[in-house]
Design a protein around this ligand. Structure first.
Ligand code: NAD
Ligand code: MG
Ligand code: MG
Length: 331
């Protein structure tokens, strides 16, 4: 195996339990980190903007909330969980002035450090603990006694013990229950961006849309098209997730399996693979990061236009109607 996986017996929980942890931001990841770390016996404060709508929510969850400046001042471990495009500004104004020798600066995604938008001083540890799942699953699995696996990485080891610290934080998040995978800021950043762009979000949504449009343009009813190319997606993915592609193939009919080999490579063909390599190259040379940050500086104009288009797509209305008919699909 090319990666090393760490479990509970490899971790010293007392390291993170002995630190003063600041969680900056209380969104998808922030709430999960703050609550899981607190429930793991750590000294947690949440740092938020004054007037943040999350302030009350975090307090109602029993957490101590303070300003970002105050949280960064008190803490010796600062986990930055505000949106990637806001991190550099929040860091410069509210976190950097409070960093002391031997503090740790932590991230859940390598974007800002890897592309140089944040340049931490040499007198702190710089680590990443990146759960491989959305924040709400990170919290839910922890409360259920399991945990989402984490990637843990060290970019800068000033104290000489940054790795043990990162492992210990990942334990607090619940990651040691399933496994903590050692990685680097470069690999995590580039692989995460590629995965979400080419396969998970970009590739998947575009493939579903193309299948839906092909069927409806040929005159098939949108509701049936929705079932075929969207609704059933989860069942197929669940089978692959639980037991492998071979088990999914075992579960579907021979007709479906024959069709998989017959048609799959025609859809994801040499041209698609070329496009994937280009996407990866633009991630590696920083072009994607620049395009994204330029759009952020422009008020997310391009992103908001794309969001409007997908929200108005017929597949979304069809899905809403169908999902409202099925009581077993919970909100
Ligand atoms: P989010 O958008 O859900 O939450 C961000 C929070 O930051 C907000 O709730 C708010 O409390 C605060 N905030 C927003 N704007 C701010 C500003 N201008 N100044 C100060 N605070 C502000 O973000 P997220 O999805 O939890 O992402 C946080 C980090 O975690 C990112 O680095 C992201 O790449 C990483 N990450 C996210 C996920 C995920 O599932 N969402 C998974 C792995 C890693
Ligand atoms: Mg990812
Ligand atoms: Mg990501």
């Amino acid at each position: 195996m090319a990666v090393t996986i760490y479990h509970e017996q490899d971790v010293d929980p007392r390291i993170i339990q002995g630190r003063k942890v600041a969680i900056i931001g209380y969104g998808s990841q922030g709430h999960a980190h703050a609550l899981n770390l607190r429930d793991s016996g750590c000294d947690v404060r949440v740092g938020l903007r004054e007037g943040s709508p999350s302030w009350k929510v975090a307090e109602e969850a029993g957490l101590r909330v303070t300003t970002i400046d105050q949280a960064a001042e008190e803490a010796d471990f600062v986990m930055i969980l505000v949106p990637d495009e806001k991190q550099a500004e929040v860091y410069e104004r509210h976190i950097a002035p409070h960093l002391k020798e031997g503090d740790a600066l932590a991230f859940a995604h390598g974007f800002n450090v890897h592309y140089g938008f944040i340049k931490p001083p040499e007198f702190v540890d710089v680590v990443m603990i990146a759960p491989k799942g959305p924040g709400h699953i990170v919290r839910r699995q922890y409360t259920e006694g399991s945990g989402v696996p984490d990637l843990a990485c060290v970019e800068q080891d000033h104290t000489g013990s940054a790795w043990d610290l990162a492992l210990s934080y990942a334990w607090g998040l619940g990651g040691a229950r399933s496994g903590i995978i050692k990685s680097t800021f470069k690999d995590e950043t580039e692989e995460d961006l590629f995965g979400e762009q080419a396969v998970l979000c970009g590739g998947l949504v575009e493939m579903i849309k193309a299948g839906f449009e092909t069927l409806t343009e040929a005159g098939y009813p949108p509701e049936l098209a929705y079932f075929e190319v969207y609704h059933e997606m989860k069942m197929i993915v669940d089978l692959m997730y639980e037991s492998g592609i071979h088990f999914m193939n075992h579960s579907i009919s021979n007709t479906a399996e024959y069709g998989e080999y017959y048609a799959g490579p025609k859809v994801i063909n040499d041209e698609s693979r070329r496009a994937m390599r280009e996407i990866l190259a633009r991630i590696q040379d920083g072009s994607f990061a620049r395009d994204f940050m330029d759009d952020c500086a422009n008020g997310h104009a391009w992103l908001l236009e794309q969001r409007r288009k997908i929200n108005e797509h017929e597949i979304e209305r069809t899905g809403e109607n169908i999902r409202s008919m099925f009581s077993w699909i919970k909100k």
